[in-house]
Design a protein around this ligand. Structure first.
Ligand code: FAD
Length: 472
């Protein structure tokens, strides 16, 4: 029997439930459905699409070595997916299609339409679970409800993972190849120009590259993770987010590496490993929310009353934020890191997101979209979750009156200005104090802008805007 593996954000051989099932049931063909028009409408970053393509190329080689050809179909819109996939199955005598679930609402609608089309043709369609440690919708409160707060959610996850540890799935065995060849892959997808060499070097493609990065992190850096993860000038975090977002690395592989570094303990033992496991559970939590609340896919706030925040229409301020010209050094350095690398340190994602949504009082959705348009690790669940957390519109909301002061954050997490010097060369000559908030004369001399907003006054403006919201 011919089976089809429909690859999406699960670009790996190992620990891939859909691939394992397709291989168990027959002769596998793999398929990737490219939809550059959809990706553009979705606002995906060129760096991310290039990362997908580079990983597909690696994966095509790995699959080919097992006798599994990778076919490529291109559609203008996801509405065309059912016809394209059903047509492919008919043309190739495919009896079963296997894929791993994606939880955003558009993807779920697409899959439902594909399932209908396949069913009409008598082709079996099975969705598997491979994007998170625990299947969204299965981690519930004692009352059977969906958790809206991280801490009890994470506690329940740990209990589940302790009582039923996850088993890794091996790569499938080699098969006698079906009678059709793999498709060539393009150099780039339409409308997604290749990123800089720096971006490609920083994010090498393939499962082997991901495994090497994971092993290097789990072999040493993880021990200092709790102490160093908030300092953007230190290599204190794993930089695995693009691999997890594209599914080049499975969350189970990440968890097992952390457990191995921590004598099998989930929440005791070494502080570094347990803190890192908590971050994997944050990723898990946001997927669980995305699956439970379709409104998140439509960028609606979790706290309904915050839909009435009087966001400012301030395109010049938004532009200054996007391009690192706000006159607040830590914000500008972070935004320039994002533009240059397609990635930003987590501490700075929080600082820049709060600065936009609180100090500038600009709608968090504009920031969410800008991040998505730049990030190599852009992921709807994590990005939406991080933005709603920062803007105090989210489920597990920080109280709206918590507004990070970017200057205090800068002094605390970049005390010697090392990160600022790397991204703001015009300020590099200033001393460790001045660099966080240069004087007007130092700014003029360096050609660096004055702050576009007064931090104290804008904080009060945000508190008033949130404090006066009518109850819903
Ligand atoms: P590590 O610190 O090594 O963490 C390990 C892994 O855990 C990460 O690779 C990631 O998969 C996960 N993780 C860590 N922190 C978080 C978190 N707070 N929420 C969810 N998952 C987490 N992460 C994305 O993967 N894609 C996004 O689009 C994204 N957008 C964000 C937007 C905002 C406003 C904020 C505040 C955070 C966002 N994050 C996003 C979460 C986090 O910033 C990144 O996952 C992290 O910086 C990636 O670096 P790392 O791989 O070195 O992380």
């Amino acid at each position: 029997m011919n089976t089809l593996l429909w690859l999406r954000t699960d670009l790996r051989l190992h620990d891939n439930p859909a691939l394992a099932a397709a291989a168990e049931n027959g002769t596998v063909t793999a398929l990737f459905l490219a939809s550059p028009g959809q990706w553009r409408r979705h606002g995906d970053a060129p760096a991310k699409v290039d990362f997908w393509l580079r990983n597909l190329r690696e994966l095509a080689g790995d699959l080919g070595a097992l006798g599994i050809p990778l076919k490529l179909l291109t559609v203008a819109h996801w509405d065309d997916a059912p016809r394209a996939i059903a047509g492919f199955c008919q043309a190739h005598g495919i009896a079963q299609v296997h894929a791993n679930t994606e939880w955003a609402i558009n993807e779920r609608r697409r899959d439902a339409a594909v399932a209908d089309a396949l069913q009409a043709d008598g082709v079996d369609w099975t969705l598997h679970h491979g994007a998170s440690l625990l299947r969204p919708g299965t981690v519930l409160t004692g009352k059977g409800e969906c958790y809206r707060v991280y801490t009890p959610y994470a506690r329940t996850c740990r209990e589940r993972l302790r009582t039923a540890p996850l088993r890794p799935l091996p790569a499938p065995r080699a098969q006698a190849a079906p009678p059709w060849a793999a498709d060539p892959l393009p150099d780039a997808f339409d409308g997604f120009p290749p990123p800089s060499d720096a971006v490609r070097t920083l994010w090498p493609a393939g499962e082997a590259a991901a495994a090497e990065r994971l092993a290097a992190f789990a072999d040493g850096v993880i021990d200092a993770y709790k102490d160093e993860r908030d300092f953007p000038s230190l290599p204190g975090t794993s930089c695995l987010s693009p691999y997890l977002a594209a599914g080049v690395l499975s969350p189970g592989q990440a968890l097992r590496a952390a457990l191995a570094a921590n004598q099998g303990e989930l929440d005791s033992g070494k502080a570094g490993a347990t803190t890192w496991i908590n971050e994997l559970l944050w990723r898990e939590f946001y997927q669980h929310l995305l699956a439970a609340y379709p409104s998140l896919s439509m960028h609606r706030p979790m706290k309904p009353e915050t839909a009435a925040v009087p966001w400012r229409d301030a395109p010049a301020d938004l532009h200054a934020w996007q391009y690192g010209k706000t006159g607040i050094p830590i914000v500008d350095a972070a935004m320039r890191q994002l533009l240059a690398l397609g990635w930003m340190h987590n501490r700075l994602r929080m600082v820049t997101a709060m600065f936009l949504s609180k100090n500038l009082l600009i709608d968090w959705r504009l920031g969410e979209a800008w991040f998505m348009a730049q990030l190599v690790d852009g992921d709807l669940a994590a990005n939406n979750g991080g933005w709603q957390w920062s803007a105090s519109t989210g489920a597990d909301a920080v109280p709206y009156f918590r507004v990070f002061n970017p200057l205090s954050q800068s002094r605390r997490f970049d005390p010697r200005g090392a990160f600022l010097r790397e991204w703001l060369p015009e300020l590099a000559h200033l001393d460790d104090q001045a660099i966080h908030d240069p004087s007007p004369m130092e700014r003029v001399a360096a050609g660096y802008p004055a702050p576009i907003v007064d931090l104290a006054q804008s904080r009060l403006r945000a508190l008033e805007a949130f404090g006066n919201l009518p109850a819903v």
